[in-house]
Design a protein around this ligand. Sequence first.
Ligand code: APR
Length: 228
Amino acid sequence: MGKKKLVVLTGAGISAESGLRTFRDSDGLWEGYNVTDVATPRAWRKDPQLVLDFYNERRKNVADAKPNAAHIGLAELEKDFDVTIITQNIDDLHERGGSSNVMHLHGEIFKMRSEKNESLIYEIRGDMKLGDVAEDGAQLRPNIVWFEEPVPMIELAVPVVYSADIFVVVGTSLVVYPAAGLINYVEQEVPKFIIDKKIPYTSPMPNLTLIEKPATAGVEDLKRLLRQ
Ligand code: APR
């Protein structure tokens, strides 16, 4: 028999112990910013420099951060399970933690793309500048899915969630759609786990185990529970 399919949906909370701020906690990123000033197509049209400054800062923070025991613990589960990580995070800490199968719903901070053609994508490690253009001559923008933009990866994520044998959620407030809706595609009989410092609201569902702990301790518990 092949390995069981373990699907994990992650959010900013899994990277909090790596020193990256979440969005909606009291010290969250959005506390200091108005979302509509930095993370919408309108913001990009109105003040692209401010948007670039915001993401240049995010890129520096991510470059300085290291994967924590939660990222690494999920990667270690690949020994016993066929693991797919579906992350809302734009950091690369799952990859650096050793996970080999990571889907980024909201884009990646180390990638940029033509503002006119979303398939012209390039790697970026340093700062982005106004005037930097893609092969098609168009300004380069962060390869991030902004509010009010479609989430193309969701179509690939839905069948993955639907085929899960075990489903785990780590560190997301489950308020941003369509990502938050993924949990509704998990089959009834599938064991489900939510790990979060403060368990987010979900509609009642069968076979749900709540682990109200920081991600690092929670993933340790999860591994113990899965071994039983
Ligand atoms: N361990 C586990 N969970 C934690 C920790 C921690 N150390 N610290 C915070 N959390 C939890 C919070 O309790 C909350 O439920 O992580 C969650 C963070 O929620 P949000 O800040 O809303 O982040 P997220 O759900 O990833 O946001 C979704 O919103 O702004 C957009 O595109 C952005 O991908 C992001 C999306």
